[in-house]
Design a binder for this molecule. Structure first.
Ligand SMILES: CC(C)(COP(=O)(O)OP(=O)(O)OC[C@H]1O[C@@H](n2cnc3c(N)ncnc32)[C@H](O)[C@@H]1OP(=O)(O)O)[C@@H](O)C(=O)NCCC(=O)NCCS
Length: 181
């Protein structure tokens, strides 16, 4: 699915554009996710674990845009990638009422309202799709993300202890949240 371009105003007064990234953005998208993964322990991989080539990333962006089950929205500030989010709609009779979301914004752009703007679009898309439950997971200690999710009505319903292990040997829980539409 493709999200057509939409201009939003950030808390600092700057304009930003939300749109689905195209294969031409592949190199920048790779660099964005590697940077974001190094800025926090709360994403699922370390930067060096993002090993796709630019061509593979372009193919991935193409596949996402043409899939009816995924909507990815990237935020561009001054023409540069500031963050990205995705909603994946599950398929099938037993699971088709659910969708999962993921989000990561570069640290330089935290607290400007990008996460909130993205969540409004993701929730709208889920309603349009007929989704009944939106779900997500966050890692223990990620209070900023938890605050964002609670603001949009997500509730923690389960804890999975020890599922994340950092390089320094620290084990962290993952919390599973749901929002009923
Ligand atoms: C978590 C994340 C997506 C939030 O996005 P964001 O653009 O910074 O969020 P917003 O600016 O829209 O703020 C959303 C809410 O977070 C809360 N928040 C803002 N600053 C905060 C802070 N310093 N500490 C705790 N909560 C904070 C507020 O409740 C805010 O809502 P409000 O402004 O209406 O009060 C972003 O910080 C991020 O990508 N972090 C790194 C990757 C990550 O953790 N991804 C999520 C994995 S589960």
């Amino acid at each position: 699915m493709i999200f057509p371009s939409k201009t939003i105003t950030l808390k600092n007064g700057k304009s930003a554009i939300l749109r689905t990234a195209s294969p031409e953005n592949a190199a920048e998208m790779l660099s964005y996710i590697q940077t974001a993964s190094g800025e926090t322990d709360f994403l699922s991989r370390y930067p060096e674990e993002w090993t796709l080539t630019v061509e593979q990333e372009a193919g991935w962006l193409n596949a996402l845009a043409s899939s009816p089950y995924t909507l990815a929205i990237t935020c561009f500030v001054d023409g540069k990638v500031a963050g990205n989010c995705e909603i994946s709609f599950k398929r099938g009779i037993k699971e088709g009422h659910r969708a999962s979301v993921a989000i990561a914004i570069l640290q330089a752009y935290w607290g400007l309202g990008i996460g909130s703007a993205m969540f409004e679009e993701l929730i709208f898309a889920a309603k349009e799709h007929g989704t009944e439950i939106i779900e997500l997971e966050y890692i223990q200690g990620n209070d900023r993300a938890k605050r964002l999710y609670e603001k949009y009505g997500f509730k923690t319903v389960a804890e999975k202890p020890g599922v994340i292990k950092l390089k320094n040997g620290t084990y962290l829980s993952e919390f599973y949240m749901q929002k009923y539409l």
